[in-house]
Design a protein around this ligand. Structure first.
Ligand code: PGA
Length: 250
């Protein structure tokens, strides 16, 4: 299925301070002059959500978080709940990014609990999945990703807006990207897993983003691939010019 309106989401990871607001302002003003047909979002570190949400207010850039705790509140020192993100101005939240799965031991079950928490707070989750190089080389990419989708997608997603991002771990921050054929193969498997898990109405419509070394130079090819409903962009989302190049390529 080809989706003409794409979802282009920037993941700033642990980058960005007040001085970087200017990048979002530049992005927002470029999109005000020449609007994009696509949905554009930036997920900054939590410390910048409120400032970015204010800076981008009324504009074409939505703001999201990069993670949330699975509980609505309580004694979890250092953590941020989904309703806090929403209160700060976030509309979306990235969940289950491979960096969190690897560095913080997040399991599919925990990601599913975070998805439920995000939905309860009115946030639109972007659920990340992706295989390691070892898993791909063993021929397990499709099986690994399908299992992650089924394990990370709770029933609560039925009737709700959400997205899935396929991000091969070996393509993140490396400059390596899968072939179009490899992307399409996994995206078709993600779609099948979503439909199996949530039914054709809910599983059939959610956009499936591709992430991992998306740049202005490869965005057109990636975004035109079958079942690619957008992009989750790390490094190239930090500068307005690069991010705009990706948005305009879609
Ligand atoms: P990258 O990161 O674009 O820098 O490869 C993508 C991501 O981790 O979301």
């Amino acid at each position: 299925m080809k989706q003409s309106v794409k979802m282009i989401v920037g993941n700033w990871k642990m980058n960005g301070r007040g001085e970087d607001l200017s990048e979002v302002l530049a992005l927002a003003s470029a999109l005000a002059v020449q609007p994009s047909e696509h949905r554009v979002a930036i997920c900054p570190p939590a410390t910048l959500i409120e400032r970015l949400a204010r800076a981008a207010v009324g504009g074409a850039v939505e703001i999201g978080g990069q993670d949330c705790h699975e509980a609505p509140g309580g004694a979890f020192t250092g953590s941020i709940s989904a309703s806090m993100l929403a209160d700060a101005g976030a509309r979306l939240v990235i969940l289950g990014h491979s960096e969190r799965r690897a560095a913080f031991g997040e399991s599919d079950g925990l990601v599913a609990a975070k998805v439920e928490a995000a939905l309860a707070a009115g946030l639109e989750p972007i659920i990340c999945v992706g295989e390691t190089l070892e898993q791909r080389e063993a021929g397990d990419a499709v099986a690994v990703v399908s299992a992650q989708v089924k394990g990370s997608a709770p029933d609560a997603l039925k009737g709700q807006a959400f997205a899935v991002a396929y991000e091969p771990v070996w393509a993140i921050g490396t400059g390596l990207t899968p072939t179009t054929g490899q992307i399409e193969e996994v995206h078709r498997a993600v779609r099948a897993a979503l439909i199996e898990r949530l039914g054709v109405n809910d599983g059939g419509a959610a956009p499936i983003l591709y992430g991992g070394s998306v740049k202005p130079g490869n965005a057109a090819e990636i975004l035109s691939a079958d079942e690619v409903g957008g992009a989750l962009v790390g490094g190239a989302s930090l500068k307005a010019e690069d991010f705009l190049g990706i948005i305009r390529a879609g």
